[in-house]
Design a protein around this ligand. Structure first.
Ligand code: TEU
Length: 562
């Protein structure tokens, strides 16, 4: 069947190498540390590892600022260590997907160094605009706060950086830039990688003349540089380079609506395999985006369902989904969407049920399989994340913030550092992450929440993830079945069916800390016969055997065959 492919049937596990496992005691997670955990990954049952950037980098954005695409950062090890990791994964039938960051490079990349000196052939590798050093070329803002332009004294011109000032944007209009990217994609494919997660692809194409953006936009300029005039052409070139290599492609494309997303996906579109949309990452944002001082907003389940549905229903027959709830840029999922106190185990397993039974390839972020939670930050000195630091600086300039207390609610809700605290392996010092001083402090709760403890208890979050991953592998309807939402307006029950041929599954999630019932009318006209219901999974000891006439307990989740 041409519609089947290995990456649709896979569960992906995302590794943030800096915080995963340190093998040499320097306090920074590394490639050998990951290889030491290859059996761990295999036992969890995942199929693909997406490795966040491990390339040579000054690490100002933890590797998303690449200095050399063909070298491994010494902090993470050597190319031989990378090859050993790849082989250890492949030996266990786990595939390896690399992060491809080609919207920008580090300012220390040789291309930028040559470009700022206007060396022949490199003049137009980046977006340069001449003009007075007092006045940036337009009003575009960086995602990390402040103007998206910095003035370079060496060249005497402005350069564009949609992210940090040390992350200049590549000029994709220049065919030599695109050839360079093609070459590096081929180079990694020849090293036997199984695909790419492609960072920040939607802003690749900047409109000629760099027109001003709407000054009231969340990020000023976004309507100009997102999904820009030549984006399809650039994406096609990337797809062309990866095609015929059995590679998985997943593009990160925040701010892309479902119709635009569909146009980039599959054989009817440009041909990307999947893409990460981010609308559901903003349901709890303030009115003016995530760093709006009045935020964060309330998490409202019916709104969340509507937003999820835009992709779940909206891509039906038009493209394959990439399903995620958290990653290295987001708060911890149990703290954000569940309850990291009394119902931590129940809500973490409810979220696992949701993630692993939706339509699309699920992405599990490291630590979520043991229900890791947000940290608590008490001052800006505890923050490492460039986005948080930039956002607080912008708030200080604009909104007159003058103490941490004024922004503590935002930082403690949104900081990307929550997801970057070291992985909690055991109750030993620094959670068994390192023998040295960790680059970022381990969450205080590691004695309570750690892999060793989770694995020793059958009713743990970890074992639940393992079982649900197995269930997904064994159940075609969970992969290829059609998704249909039930009860769109129910304030606390999230329920849906997955149907493939004659097989039908029902997923019921009580997304609250109070008991709730699932109303059977919802599934008419085909009423469910209690006698035919089989429970496939549940996060309480015994799930209700008749989903229609039972109360679901706090954060109870169950999967039925009906
Ligand atoms: O993120 C791109 C991106 O869109 C982010 O601005 C994201 O929306 C934000 O961090 C959410 O709070 C990617 C990487 O995932 C991120 O880690 C990098 O910092 C960024 O690109 C620059 O490479």
């Amino acid at each position: 069947d041409p519609d089947r492919s290995w990456w649709k049937e896979s569960v992906v596990y995302q590794i943030y190498p800096r915080s995963f496992n340190d093998s040499d005691g320097d306090g920074i997670g590394d490639l050998r540390g990951i290889t030491q955990k290859a059996d761990y990954l295999d036992e969890l049952g995942i199929d693909v590892v997406w490795l966040c950037p491990v390339y040579d980098s000054p690490q100002e954005d933890n590797g998303y600022d690449i200095r050399d695409y063909r070298a491994i950062d010494p902090e993470f090890g050597t190319m031989a260590d990378w090859e050993a990791l790849r082989d250890a994964l492949h030996d266990r039938d786990v595939r390896l997907v690399m992060d491809l960051v080609v919207n920008h490079t580090s300012a220390e990349h040789e291309w930028f160094q040559r470009s700022r000196r206007e060396e022949a052939g490199y003049e137009d590798y980046y977006h340069w605009v001449e003009g007075s050093p007092d006045e940036p070329p337009n009003n575009w803002e960086s995602f990390f706060g402040g103007s998206a332009w910095s003035y370079d004294e060496t060249r005497g011109a402005w350069y564009l950086h949609l992210f940090h000032g040390n992350q200049p944007d590549l000029n994709w209009r220049n065919p030599r830039v695109r050839e360079s990217v093609t070459e590096l994609i081929r180079w990694w494919l020849d090293k036997d990688v199984d695909g790419f997660r492609m960072d920040a692809l939607n802003p690749l194409s900047k409109p000629a003349g760099y027109p001003d953006g709407d000054p009231d936009g969340d990020v000023v300029g976004e309507e100009q540089f997102f999904n820009g005039p030549r984006l399809e052409e650039y994406l096609s070139e990337i797809v062309e380079t990866t095609s015929g290599r059995d590679a998985m492609t997943v593009a990160e494309m925040s701010h892309t609506d479902v119709d635009t997303a569909a146009s980039y996906l599959g054989d009817d579109g440009v041909g990307l395999g999947m893409l990460f949309q981010s609308a559901h990452m903003e349901v709890d944002a303030g009115p003016d985006g995530i760093w709006d001082p009045s935020g964060p907003g309330e998490f409202d389940l019916p709104t969340f369902k509507r937003v999820m549905d835009r992709c779940q229903e909206g891509l039906r027959g038009r493209g394959w989904n990439a399903v995620f709830l958290g990653n290295h840029d987001q708060p911890r999922i149990v703290s954000r969407f569940g309850d990291d106190g009394e119902y931590r185990r129940e809500s973490a397993t409810l979220l696992a049920t949701f993630l692993l039974t939706l339509s699309g390839t699920p992405y599990v972020y490291q630590g979520d399989e043991i229900g890791m939670t947000n940290a608590a930050f008490e001052s800006l000195d505890e923050i490492d994340d460039v986005e948080t630091i930039g956002a607080v600086e912008a708030l200080t300039r604009r909104d007159g913030v003058d103490s941490f207390a004024d922004v503590a609610h935002l930082v403690n809700y949104w900081s990307r550092d929550h997801a970057r605290t070291p992985m909690q392996w055991s109750d030993e010092a620094h959670a068994g992450f390192t023998d040295g001083d960790p680059w970022f402090p381990v969450n205080d709760n590691y004695g309570e929440i750690n892999v060793e403890k989770e694995r020793s208890r059958e009713d743990s979050v970890w074992h639940y993830y393992r079982r649900l991953i197995e269930l997904r592998h064994d159940t075609d309807a969970l992969v290829y079945g059609e998704y249909d939402l039930l009860l769109p307006d129910h304030p606390s029950v999230y329920a849906y069916t997955r149907t493939l041929g004659g097989e039908r599954l029902l997923v019921v999630l009580n997304w609250s800390d109070a008991a709730a019932t699932f109303e059977p009318e919802a599934i008419e006209p085909e009423a469910i016969e209690p006698a035919d219901v089989e429970t496939l999974a549940g996060n309480y000891d015994e799930s209700p055997t008749d989903p229609m006439s039972s109360a679901f307990r706090p954060y109870e989740a169950a999967v039925y065959q009906i």
